[in-house]
Design a protein around this ligand. Structure first.
Ligand code: MGD
Ligand code: MGD
Ligand code: SF4
Ligand code: MO
Length: 693
């Protein structure tokens, strides 16, 4: 039996949203206690979740507001009254001088649904600006765009994780799940125990790839050619599910024609994957009765990410692996509320319920819920990188809530300069992140265990993350911050601080939209293990599995997209002959703002490194552990060499969790996908030099 004071809740970090129990600890924090009743993780946690309470400690977190009183001076303690007034004044002054679009807002996919919803409303009403976007643009936006094109709706996984072990074959494209969602590895293990096959596509032989029946290691940035080559073979070998294509899809003829120009030998040349391996993938995938393709950031974070995901979806559609039980395409969303955070209006072009800001009907509906004239709502704004790039030029003041772009944005040294060139920067965070350190005002906010709110996990399951302990005196919730700022800007009403009240408004705002939450309530998600959207009324059971009868397009048919391969924005050449790709390690989370403050995690992953193949290391002249400089057209980073034969010899890998000399994003290329505006985090051209003395 658990003690009465134990609270069932969820992890602060990734999109798995593992269930955990929290028990108040003697030091005022909480202890994590196993919670086996939540189906997604059944008690399992990774090291980040297990150690998350360490960030609640006043030793590492912010405990009161900070203000930079003199432009050249440092951040100094301030009262809440002074800090909030300074933010309201800074934003108002900018608006008066430059108009509403002179003020920008940058949100995060870690925010609860209530916060993300309120942030979008705050930007459009209290600030009247169109200039809002968020870090999810850097995450799954390409998969979202491709999903909407093909299926008419973007829900990362159209089926629960529990379906994975029961399908026949999974192609996992550019996901290192064993490190990025460790408790989810069991779904792949169970798949294999059930006789299913696992194919992993990753330029590195990761811990995830080690689990595969077949590991394919393409050159980074070539997944589009790879998927098209597989589709070519599906056609050539007579493995098209004609019946499915005929009855459930549209656009096959054009997509087929586009794929047929991708001959296996050509694809081998582009990707570096031998033709027999391509044939083996097709055989394994088509021999199984059911199949799934799951993508993560590998194929998505490319300047052609939308087309790339589209090509993988085409493969599913042509083989009938979609729209029926135990088959389909899914995207493994990343951030804690990566799914919900992209549905309710913190995106540049969006209104709650996954509505479009430029749709007159959507504007009327949401304006009705907000009690304003639809004509007062601004239009769509800029995407995340474009917004950051415009700082100091068109956008003169910025409010950041739940992101640390100094570390995580592409071409980060440039973005750091843009942030410094602002007239006014306010950051709401739980710690003094590298971005907060540049601010004029820092607002310290409550954390997961100290506040209640809903999160929508990677399955589309809306769940309740409950408050377990009382926050320290010096901090306020993001909802309280927005309420106070709105008040100072003349909006006494419309920005409630009680999360359940916000959620009930969100339900109404989302009603009738693609992501319809109107039948979901705090009571229901407490009694059930979360509820899957869409859930249009309180009697509706929710929708764990989408598309079984029809796709969410107007005619109910899935749409093939006719895509062809194109090169990365920056291919290797004589001057920059090596490909850099970037990603994660198990013990650090994102920009590291939180996890770098946890001793156990920092001991496990103390700093950046450059992973490279022994042959490349020899050519460069570096030995294990020696500093190596990685130079791109954007800048130079230095980190110790980590030499391993598990990576392609033409590719180096850097994790992006650290600031400073070893910051991977000093190097990355902000080339954007034309549809999703996703930057090309996963490939750019670099050269290597020994950096020892
Ligand atoms: N430990 C940890 N877990 C996390 C996070 C974290 O920061 N740390 N972040 C969370 C978030 S927000 C996200 S988005 C997810 C991300 O989860 P993942 O997508 O699993 O993480 P990444 O390491 O970015 O990329 C996955 C793999 O893509 C491979 N890759 C690189 N380039 C290419 C390519 O061109 N093609 C292909 N096919 N593969 C390529 C990399 O080698 C890497 O192994 O993780 C979530 N979980
Ligand atoms: N090179 C490279 N760069 C990448 C990627 C990559 O693969 N390679 N991946 C990209 C991806 S997928 C992502 S998602 C981004 C993520 O990059 P970031 O947006 O920088 O993500 P986090 O480090 O999670 O930043 C969240 C910040 O908000 C704070 N915070 C946490 N919870 C809350 C809250 O409730 N309220 C407030 N106000 N603050 C909070 C944290 O302390 C932290 O400072 O990075 C992207 N950058
Ligand atoms: S896998 Fe994700 S949700 Fe689960 S404990 Fe780790 S960080 Fe938290
Ligand atoms: Mo992400």
């Amino acid at each position: 039996m658990l003690a009465a004071a134990t609270t069932s809740t969820h992890c602060p970090y990734c999109a798995l949203q593992c269930g955990m129990n929290l028990r108040p600890a003697e030091d005022g924090g909480v202890d994590v206690v196993e919670r086996t009743d939540f189906p997604v993780n059944r008690g399992a946690l990774c090291g980040k979740g297990r150690t998350a309470p360490a960030v609640l400690s006043s030793q590492v977190r912010l405990t009161g507001p900070l203000i930079r009183r003199h432009a050249t001076g440092g951040l100094e303690p301030a009262t809440w009254e002074e800090a909030l007034r300074a933010v309201a004044d800074g934003l108002r002054r900018t608006r008066e001088s430059y108009g509403p679009d002179g003020v920008g807002v940058f949100g995060g996919g870690g925010l609860t649904n209530e916060k993300a919803y309120t942030l979008g409303k705050f930007a459009r009403l209290a600030l009247g600006t169109s200039q809002i976007d968020y870090n999810g643009r850097f995450c799954m936006s390409s998969a979202a765009a491709a999903g909407i094109k093909a299926f008419g709706v973007d829900r990362g996984l159209p089926f629960p994780l529990e379906d994975i072990p029961r399908t026949g074959c999974v192609i996992l494209v550019g996901s290192n799940l064993a490190e990025t969602m460790p408790p989810a590895l069991r779904y792949l293990t169970e798949l294999k125990e059930n006789g299913g096959r696992l194919i992993v596509i990753d330029p590195r032989r990761t811990r995830t790839a080690e689990q595969a029946d077949l590991h394919i290691a393409p050159r980074p940035g070539t997944d589009l050619a790879l998927a098209l080559g597989l589709l070519h073979l599906v056609v050539a070998e007579g493995r098209v599910d004609e019946e499915f294509v005929e009855s459930r899809t549209t656009g096959w003829a054009d997509a087929r024609a586009a794929a047929m120009s991708h001959w296996p030998t050509l694809v081998e040349r582009i990707t570096g994957v031998p033709v027999p391996q391509l044939r083996e993938v097709v055989r394994m995938f088509c021999d199984a009765e059911n199949g799934m393709v799951l993508t993560a950031r590998g194929p998505e974070q490319q300047s052609k990410g939308t087309d790339t995901v589209g090509a993988w979806i085409n493969l599913c559609l042509a083989t009938g692996r979609a729209g029926r039980p135990l088959s389909g395409y899914g995207c493994l969303t990343g951030q804690g509320n990566g799914q919900g955070g992209r549905e309710h209006g913190q995106k540049a072009d969006q209104l709650p319920g996954y509505r479009k800001l430029d749709d007159p009907e959507a504007r009327t509906h949401v304006a009705g819920v907000w009690g304003v004239d639809p004509d007062t709502l601004p239009g769509p704004g800029r995407s995340a990188y474009e917004l950051l790039d415009a700082l100091g030029q068109d956008v003169k003041a910025l409010l950041v809530m739940a992101s640390n772009p100094v570390v995580s944005a592409p071409r980060a040294a440039h973005i750091e300069e843009r942030l410094k060139s602002l007239d006014f920067l306010a950051v709401a965070d739980v710690v003094l992140s590298e971005t907060a350190a540049l601010a004029d005002v820092v607002l310290p906010v409550t954390q997961w265990a100290e506040e209640t709110g809903t999160m929508t996990n990677l399955e589309g399951r809306v769940l309740l993350r409950r408050r377990a302990i009382t926050p320290p005196d010096g901090v306020r919730s993001d909802l309280e911050v927005m309420n106070a700022l709105a008040g100072l800007l003349g909006w006494e009403k419309g920005f409630p601080t009680d999360p359940e009240e916000v959620f009930d408004e969100l339900r109404r705002a989302s009603a009738g939209g693609a992501a319809d939450y109107s039948g979901i309530s705090y009571r229901r998600i407490t009694e059930e293990d979360g509820v899957f959207w869409p859930c249009p009324d309180p009697e509706h059971p929710g929708t764990p599995r989408l598309f079984l009868d029809r796709f969410a397009t107007p005619d109910g048919l899935a749409r093939f997209v006719p895509v062809t391969h194109r090169a990365a924005a920056e291919e290797p050449d004589d001057e920059y002959p090596v490909v850099l790709t970037t990603g994660r390690v198990v013990a650090q989370y994102q920009s590291g703002a939180q996890t770098r403050r946890v001793a156990e995690l920092t001991a496990a992953a103390p700093g950046p490194f450059v992973e490279l193949h022994p042959r490349l290391a020899e050519r460069v002249g570096v030995a294990e552990g020696e500093p190596v400089a990685v130079v791109s057209r954007r800048g130079r980073a230095v980190a110790p060499a980590r030499i391993t034969a598990t990576i392609r010899p033409d590719t180096v890998f850097m994790p992006f969790h650290w600031p400073g000399e070893g910051r991977a994003n000093t190097l990355t290329n902000p080339a954007l996908d034309p549809t999703s505006r996703m930057p090309e985090f996963k490939t750019c051209a670099v050269r290597l030099e020994p950096a020892g003395d």
